[in-house]
Write a protein of this length. Structure first.
Length: 348
């Protein structure tokens, strides 16, 4: 199975991408609104077809990216039916199975942090995505959003601790850089519910946490009740001047065929050396030669009133040029995908 764990440093949220290595059908678990461009870039580069975008619960500390992925990739939005959120394509409940290619996830209802929390478990029970129910050496808070300490105790004991000991636990958040645990580890070492803890111990711990409310709760909860759909349906990071694609590395790229058809609308900056500029690959008509090691000192030669496309031999140095330009305040920038090598292959 294809598996990726991604992190949002602002909310300490983990997003998970799971894909079938045979069919490339996939699911995304707990996406973050502000990370939409990053997530879709990785999905595109891995060649995945996202069938479902899943939330483990209605989050209070960040806005979900579920609706954005639905719009961009035609994936069904999935969350517990107990959440009664809008824009949900498939409300689920305990025992439901979500298939993607030859892989699947089974839904286990694990209320306690909220009334609509679920855990997604892989078909062979070797991975569990627990959201804010069981966390690494912790458990989700229970002091708002229909939180229920006895319900969380039962959820962990009956739905998570009954999984195989070596089942990997992947939480919705971690605030200390921990990425994964196991059922056995949490049974032994979780300070709230592990070891010889009884329900009254767990209750006493949870009742005395005295945590401040999440900073974004007033924004996140209303937005997440709409599955993260913004009021104006605006897609964040959308580039309108051309068919620019953002890579997982954070580089805006544009295809040679589009550039060839719009040369008179663009400022082309070739960042190779003078010798390469006159060499075997030649150069693009109207390209302006500014070697990469001179770019920062010669920014005044590059206009701000039209899109800038950076070019080099293979697209690597020009990727750095695109980064330099963006950091210098140029908003309409792209790297020529594949560089002049790809341009020559296409005989443009």
């Amino acid at each position: 199975m294809i598996f990726r764990q991604l992190f949002d440093s602002v909310s300490s949220t983990y997003t998970y991408i799971l894909g079938c290595s045979s069919t490339f059908d996939a699911v995304v678990i707990d996406p973050v609104f502000e990370q939409h461009t990053r997530d879709t870039a990785l999905i595109r580069e891995l060649g995945l077809n996202v069938r479902y975008v899943l939330d483990t619960h209605c989050h209070a500390d960040h806005v979900t990216g579920a609706w954005l992925i639905h719009e961009a990739l035609n994936a069904q939005v999935v969350i517990s039916g107990r959440c009664t959120a809008e824009n949900v394509g498939l409300p689920v409940d305990h025992g439901d199975v979500l298939e993607f290619g030859r892989c699947s996830l089974t839904v286990r209802a694990t209320p306690g942090h909220t009334g609509g929390c679920v855990t997604y478990v892989t078909h062979n029970e070797d991975m569990a995505f627990t959201g804010d129910c069981l966390m690494i050496r912790g458990a989700g808070r229970t002091d708002f959003q229909a939180g229920d300490i006895p319900a969380m105790w039962r959820s962990i004991q009956e739905q998570i601790f009954t999984l195989p000991d070596q089942c990997l636990i992947y939480p919705g958040h971690d605030y200390f850089g921990r990425t994964v645990s196991t059922v056995l580890e949490e049974k032994k070492f979780n300070p709230r519910i592990g070891g010889d803890a009884r329900e009254e111990d767990f209750t006493g711990y949870m009742e005395n946490m005295n945590l401040p409310h999440p900073k974004k709760i007033d924004i996140a909860l209303p937005a997440n009740m709409k599955s993260g759909r913004p009021a104006d349906d605006h897609m964040p990071g959308e580039i309108t001047w051309g068919p620019v694609t953002m890579t997982f590395a954070g580089i805006p790229e544009i295809n040679p065929d589009w550039v060839a058809r719009h040369m008179d609308e663009l400022f082309i900056v070739d960042v190779r050396s003078p010798g390469e500029f006159e060499g075997d690959l030649g150069n693009l008509e109207c390209a302006h030669l500014i070697p990469l090691d001179e770019l920062r000192e010669r920014l005044s030669e590059i206009p701000l009133d039209r899109p800038v496309v950076a070019v080099c031999q293979s697209g690597k140095r020009s990727a750095m040029a695109a980064e330099i330009l963006m950091k210098s305040g140029y908003e309409q920038v792209a790297n020529l995908s594949g560089g002049l090598i790809q341009w020559s292959r296409l005989a443009l």
